[in-house]
Each structure stands twice: as structure tokens, then as C-alpha cells.
Design a protein around this ligand. Structure first.
Ligand code: TXA
Ligand code: MG
Length: 344
């Protein structure tokens, strides 16, 4: 398939706007940046378009997609029995990295929702994402723009690598700013429930609602996963990832010992800046300062992708705080490591 690449500065040009609108109306796929990660979008009202997203990503069809809209009124258009908690959350966090789960009123097909009776909706804040949704004239379903199982895409290089030749349009918006996917919050349960942690933390939501909410994001049951996406293998590089938890001294000792033991393998360390000088591997990638989880979040997926580029066999990652945004970082790291964590 012919893929057109559109640069950020071209987005306001009339012929480009027309091209984007035309692609959506022909059920084609458009990859665009959001403030969290890149999304691969299609018209959520077209079954054919939705199916081609699953195909392009290699995504299991029971893993539902998030519908991206520009206007809170769309929530009233596509959902029913809306929780009283919805309005204050939309006012506080939209546009932004929070996805809310509602009861689907049936206007959006079950192809989008993986057969569930609920539907995920968010208004993104990235100016290009906003413009793309507006130009399309449709609600846009968009999962993260990565081949299923790979780390989400946070730069144009990543989406080029995964989707050039497979979609109609790739929009280059540079690096995404948050780097971790949106928080997913279920509003169809008695108490609002976090299904996936993100930049909008439990505490931020509780501060707005003035009630305690439930956090299910760490619970993984094969039988009844509430966010279907959570049961699948995620983010894992080809090399084996080990998370190392403990005091800085013990972690450094442990990793340096592993580097010696596995001298015949290609070993890499992804670490907070504060560990860099103490470790002895050939390949050490700084993720950012412990003081700045935002920076670690921004760099996480690109560093995981780099591991495959460098053909690394073994990857060690010191564990840092799981407070605030750290919880979302830890959630993604655990998946990348297939839950392999060592305490030292
Ligand atoms: O930041 C983001 O959310 C990005 C950007 C592109 O917006 N999108 C994204 O989509 O991360 P995706 O498809 O990679 O992840 C959506 C997650 C999955 O874990 C999915 O199972 C869950 O949301 N989800 C979607 N609809 C749901 C529903 N009705 N009930 C429960 N979980 C749902
Ligand atoms: Mg994803």
C-alpha cells in the first residue's frame, strides 16, 4: 500500500486536510501523534475500517479500542446511564490522558468494543490529534500505533518502522510528550475503578471526586481480565528483561556480577541517571533522573525498542519508586519483563 507521510507543519494546508478527510471516509488508516503515544486511527462507525486496524496491528479481536472524540457531548451521543462521576472528571482532565469507560448505547459497533457492552472514550489534548479528529468528521477509534506486543510508539521512527506501507497516512508529530498510554478508568462499576495506570493517578482522581476509588491495574487474572488488553503479552523486547529491586548498593552489585557472569552475551542496562557511573556494562541507557519520573516515562518505550535494534540478549533494569507516575512506569516495566523481578 502507498503510505503518504505528512509533516506537522503541513497539517493546515487545504490539500492535506482534504487528503486526511478522504482517507478516513474511504475506511483507510491514519497514524497520528497524541500526547501519550502515537495512535493508529480509523472511522469508529465503519466496521470495515475497524477490522483493518486489528489486522494492521495483528491485534486479537477481543481487545477493545479507545474511541477518540473532540467534544464531551459525544459521550452523551454514544453512551448511556452515564455515571455522576463522569462530568467532574471530564471537566478536570479532558482534553488529556484519561480514558473513561461507559455503557455503550449501541451506536458504536461491537467490533470496536471487542464484543463488550461498554466503550472506552477519551478526548486527547495533542493539537495534531485534535485536528485529525476534527477533519475526519467521525469518532476515531485508535489503539496505540505499534504492532501488537511491541512497545508503544513514541516517535515518528517507531511508527515508520511498524506501519510504513501498511497504512494510508503517517503524520510526523515528532516525539510524544508523556510517552505512557492514558489512564483507563471504568465508570460502569459502583466505585470508579482504574484498569490501567497512567499520568492521571489514583490520587488525582480521588482529589476531584472526593471518594476512594478502586485500583485494579495490578490485578491480572487470565479468566476475567477487566481490561481485555491486560492479559496479552506487552512491550517485551526480544532479549530477556530482569527488574532488580533493592537498595542502590545491592542492585549495583547484583547487576555488575551478572555482567561478569554473562560476558559471552550482549547485556544492556536501562537505568536511572543516578546509577550510570556505578555500572560496568558496555551498553548502558540512561532513562532520566529518579527525581523526574516524567523523563523516565518519556524515554521508556524508545529505550525498550532500542534493545531489539542493538540485538541485546539480556536486559537489567533497576526498579525505582512506584509512587505517582512511577506506578504506570512500573506497570509497563513488569509487562516488558514478563513479571520477572528479582529482590536483592
Ligand atoms: O494513550 C492512549 O490511551 C493511547 C492513545 C493512542 O490514545 N491508546 C491506547 O490504546 O493505549 P490501546 O488500544 O493500546 O489500549 C487500550 C486499552 C486496552 O488495554 C484495552 O483493553 C482497554 O484500553 N479498553 C478499551 N476498551 C475497553 C472497555 N470497554 N473496557 C475495558 N477496557 C477497555
Ligand atoms: Mg496498546
Amino acid at each position: 500500500m502507498k503510505t503518504t507521510i505528512i509533516r506537522a507543519y503541513e497539517i493546515e494546508q487545504e490539500d492535506i486536510k482534504k487528503k486526511i478527510k478522504h482517507s478516513f471516509s474511504k475506511d483507510e488508516l491514519v497514524v497520528f501523534p497524541t500526547e501519550t503515544v502515537y495512535g493508529i486511527g480509523a472511522n469508529a462507525l465503519s466496521s470495515k475500517a475497524v477490522k483493518s486496524i486489528f489486522k494492521a496491528k495483528g491485534r486479537p479481536s477481543d481487545n477493545p479500542l479507545i474511541v477518540h472524540v473532540n467534544d464531551q457531548l459525544d459521550v452523551y451521543k454514544y453512551t448511556k446511564n452515564i455515571s455522576n462521576y463522569a462530568k467532574p472528571l471530564m471537566e478536570a482532565f479532558w482534553p488529556g490522558p484519561l480514558t473513561l469507560i461507559f455503557e455503550n448505547n449501541g451506536m458504536i459497533s461491537k467490533d470496536v468494543t471487542g464484543g463488550l457492552s461498554t466503550i472506552a472514550i477519551r478526548i486527547p489534548s495533542h493539537p495534531i490529534a485534535r485536528k485529525v479528529i476534527e477533519m475526519s468528521g467521525f469518532p476515531i477509534c485508535a489503539p496505540s500505533a505499534n504492532i501488537s506486543g511491541r512497545p508503544s510508539a513514541t516517535s515518528f521512527d517507531h511508527v515508520y518502522e511498524d506501519f510504513f506501507g501498511k497504512v494510508s497516512i503517517l503524520i510526523d508529530g515528532g516525539n510524544t510528550n508523556i510517552g505512557i498510554e492514558s489512564t483507563v478508568l471504568d465508570l460502569t462499576t459502583n466505585q470508579p475503578t482504574i484498569l490501567r495506570p497512567g499520568k492521571i493517578t489514583k490520587k488525582m482522581i480521588e482529589d476531584v471526586l472526593a471518594i476512594e476509588i478502586i485500583d485494579h491495574s495490578e490485578i491480572l487474572t487470565e479468566d476475567a481480565p477487566k481490561a481485555p488488553g491486560m492479559k496479552y503479552k506487552h512491550y517485551a523486547p526480544k532479549g530477556a528483561v530482569t527488574l532488580v529491586d533493592g537498595s542502590k548498593e545491592h542492585v549495583v552489585d547484583y547487576i555488575n556480577r551478572q555482567i561478569q557472569i554473562h560476558h559471552d552475551k550482549k547485556v544492556a542496562i536501562l537505568c536511572p541517571n543516578e546509577y550510570y557511573d556505578l555500572l560496568e556494562a558496555k551498553t548502558i541507557i540512561k532513562l532520566g533522573s529518579i527525581e523526574s519520573p516524567e523523563t523516565i516515562g518519556e524515554n521508556l518505550f524508545s529505550s525498550l525498542r532500542l534493545m531489539d535494534k542493538l540485538d541485546i540478549d539480556l536486559i537489567y533494569i533497576p526498579v525505582v519508586s512506584s509512587e505517582g507516575l512511577g506506578q504506570a512506569i512500573m506497570n509497563r516495566l513488569l509487562k516488558a519483563a514478563n513479571y520477572h523481578m528479582i529482590k536483592v
